[in-house]
Ligand binder design. Structure first.
Ligand code: 4AD
Ligand code: MG
Length: 434
């Protein structure tokens, strides 16, 4: 039967009747002396399969009897509706072949999060991880689709970079032959030079942060979706951020209902994101709101912490955009508000339900002297940034951009407890294997 045409479980469930061939892995199995139930899993869904001794014969049935969870098999049989089966149909098997036997699978019910991370290479097969990674793929596709349609070009920065952009304390240094360099925290300082050639750019690439904080929001290696655009105003940057998030949520709601259901995520919680404009407020207004609603007093000039972000976001069912942060808490490249050098045109998008900052962006400082001053204050050697200063020397234009943490948005949309489940193999200060 090797020339059989295999269809997916999803296709089989749609067909519902007739003779088909399926292949995949044993998701569950139970049996008696004459009857074996196998729930088959493939990349698309699961379906119950019934193997009867009097149909396949004594010899074949011995194989069926030995099947363990995660063995790979090919099955040929007839589809029937069956309300008791997990997905409403079953395959009555005429014949089958074991492709790969399976040892006793180490993952059983109720194992600790740490054990599942140790066995991540196997846990990827779980229904939960399958659902998350499908939603993740849709989000990558939606980010690209949005910016492709807006006339942006996908562009790539180096990952080995000689300087910092987001603060020296979170840099990973790498031995580079006889010298030392760093892993990228952002593409930004290599995207800005390119907007003078291509104007509208985006990327999705890994970024690295040596942050020791072990939180449910931080990875040391994460996928960073960034955009940079010439001639843009601060308002344009916020509009692009709101536009792309709405598009990403729209695609997930349209295409990943089944996966949200597997994760127990109520799609109605995400619907307001499509329907309402994102509230926008300045940092100073945010402090006033925190005081009014929660009696929280934060000194002007202190960055918003997790606790303040969570309180603010609890007031809304869409992301909020906080703008005009104090200059001292933000990166050196953010543009000072004209006439108010104490605040910058930077914006953080804070997700609802306590998922924290999903986008950080800004208009970029175009005044070369201000850039040099800020870097000097941070103790940076200006020589390393000379290539970057050239962006302000030859036909500088107003511009800006943002970075979106892909695992942050995956966590929020999937309703995850930890960002570690938003990426196939998470890296944190305490974990870098398997
Ligand atoms: O706010 P950040 O540091 O901004 C930048 O890197 C800018 N250069 C981006 C730009 O304007 N092109 O990081 C951007 C986003 C954050 O909003 C957050 O979603 C995510 O990256 N992020 C992390 N995600 C997971 N783990 C971490 N350790 C993260 N650090 C930042
Ligand atoms: Mg930020």
């Amino acid at each position: 039967m090797s020339d059989a045409k295999f269809i997916t479980v999803q296709e089989a469930l749609k067909l519902g009747t007739g003779k088909v061939s399926l292949r995949g892995w044993v998701y569950r199995e139970r049996g008696s002396a004459a009857l074996k139930f196998v729930v088959l899993r493939d990349g698309t869904d699961i379906i119950q399969c019934v193997i009867k001794k009097d149909v396949v014969g004594d010899e074949k049935f011995k194989d069926a009897d030995k099947l363990q969870v995660e063995a790979s098999i090919e099955l040929h049989g007839t589809l029937h509706e069956d309300k008791r089966a997990p997905t409403g149909y079953e395959l009555r098997v005429d014949d089958f072949t074991v492709v790969g036997w399976s040892d006793q699978f180490p993952i059983t019910k109720d194992q600790s999060a740490e054990f599942l991370l140790d066995k991540r290479h196997l846990w990827l097969r779980s229904r939960k991880m399958q659902a998350i990674l499908k939603i993740r793929a849709t989000l990558f596709s939606a980010f690209r689709e949005y910016f492709d349609k807006e006339g942006f070009l996908e562009y790539h920065s180096p990952i080995f970079q000689a300087t910092q952009a987001e603060g020296g304390s979170s840099l990973f240094s790498v031995k580079y032959f006889e010298s030392v360099t760093y892993l990228a925290q952002t593409w930004q300082l290599y995207a800005e030079p390119a907007i003078f050639a291509y104007e509208k750019l985006y990327t999705i690439a890994p970024s690295f942060r040596a942050e020791k904080s072990q939180t449910s929001r931080h990875l040391t290696e994460y996928w960073h979706a960034e955009m940079e655009v010439a001639w843009a105003t601060f308002m344009d940057i916020q509009d692009y951020g709101e536009g792309v998030i709405k598009h990403m949520v729209r695609r997930v709601l349209a295409e990943r209902e089944a996966e949200l259901k597997i994760l127990g995520r109520d799609p109605e919680k995400l619907r307001p994101v499509l329907e309402k404009p994102f509230p926008r407020m300045t940092y100073t207004e945010a402090l006033a709101l925190l005081k009014e609603k929660f009696g929280m007093e934060l000194d002007w000039g202190k960055d918003l912490r997790t606790i303040e972000e969570d309180k603010l976001s609890s007031l809304y069912d869409t992301p909020i955009i906080v703008t005009e942060y104090p200059t001292i808490v933000k990166a050196f490249y953010m543009k000072q508000v004209p006439g108010h050098p104490e605040v910058v045109q930077g914006c953080d998008f804070i997700a609802p339900e306590g998922y924290g900052e999903i986008i950080g962006g800004s208009a970029r400082e175009t005044d070369l002297e201000v850039l040099k001053e800020k870097l000097t204050e941070q103790g940076e050697d200006l020589a390393g940034y000379d290539y970057y200063f050239d962006t302000r020397r030859y036909g500088s234009v107003p511009h800006g951009g943002f970075g979106l943490g892909m695992e942050r948005i995956v966590s929020w949309l999937c309703g995850l407890d930890s960002i570690k489940d938003a990426i196939p193999f998470p890296r944190t200060p305490a974990r870098w294997t398997p």
